[in-house]
Design a protein around this ligand. Structure first.
Ligand code: SF4
Length: 251
């Protein structure tokens, strides 16, 4: 449970309102969800959760916009990267280039527990047999560990991704933490324009038809007319890795 203190309204002025420590996560979500992305990030990073919020980024096709906005507020905000050991080499190179370009200073590369990997995925092909278990092993469990000590985290999900993301709020309360989705209501064209205006580097696989980029074994390019995430787990009845599910749904 996050605590209650502070007297800062969403505008930064005026009457007392919940800030991070002590306020129920739901109250924070309710109070701040209508702010546009830059103002929302400023409020969450500087006033509501100072030192207690992290970004989780896959350094994928659309990651640059969110990371640029965060860096504009505070480049020292921790950025968690889940290194599943299954990423494209292009993603790792892009991560390093983008971090340098934006001046991000606290990149936390989080890896799965080697003992669990040895026990559950000794041949490295669990993704083929049971991708849900593979995502739990290589993403969800490491993220749970990495988020210990944080009251809130920032994600790059958007409504135009469709499926369960179609009604995504900009701020939500999950498992006692606040999840901030500043770009939830941004369109693909908006993100593209933002990136061009700031001359942000693009993930090198975007021009090869990859509209959403995750682990290499589970990501394919899309063809014209397909949804952005159609290339993820293409041969499986699976659309999400599970890190955004509430804990009880992934146990
Ligand atoms: S995306 Fe694929 S390889 Fe990556 S953790 Fe999930 S199942 Fe495993």
């Amino acid at each position: 449970m996050i605590g209650l203190e502070s007297s800062v309204s969403p505008s930064g002025r005026g009457a007392p309102s919940p800030s991070g420590r002590g306020a129920p996560a739901g109250a924070v979500a309710e109070l701040y969800r209508d702010l546009p992305a830059p103002a929302l990030l400023r409020a969450m990073i500087r006033r509501v959760f100072p030192g207690r919020v992290a970004v989780v980024s896959s350094f994928g096709a659309e990651s640059a916009a969110l990371l640029a906005l965060v860096a504009g507020v505070d480049p020292a905000v921790p950025v968690i990267f889940l290194d599943t050991a299954k990423h494209f080499p292009e993603t790792l190179a892009y991560r390093d280039a983008l971090v340098g370009r934006l001046g991000l200073t606290d990149i936390r590369v989080v890896r799965p527990d080697p003992a669990r990997v040895a026990a559950q995925d000794p041949d490295g092909d669990l993704w083929r047999r049971d991708p849900d278990r593979c995502c739990a092993l290589r993403k969800a469990l490491p993220l749970d560990r990495a988020l210990e000590g944080f009251d809130a985290w920032i994600t790059g999900r958007k409504r135009f991704h469709g499926d369960v993301r179609a009604t995504l709020p900009t701020v939500e309360a999950v498992d006692g933490r606040v999840k901030i989705n500043p770009l939830a209501n941004w369109s693909a064209a908006q993100i593209e324009r933002f990136g061009r205006a700031r001359d942000l580097p693009r993930h090198p696989l975007v021009d090869a038809g990859f509209a959403s980029i995750g682990c290499a074994p589970c990501t394919t390019p899309i063809t014209a007319g397909e949804a952005a995430r159609a290339g993820r787990w293409r041969d499986f009845d699976k659309t999400e890795c599970g890190i955004h599910n509430a804990k009880w749904t992934r146990q």
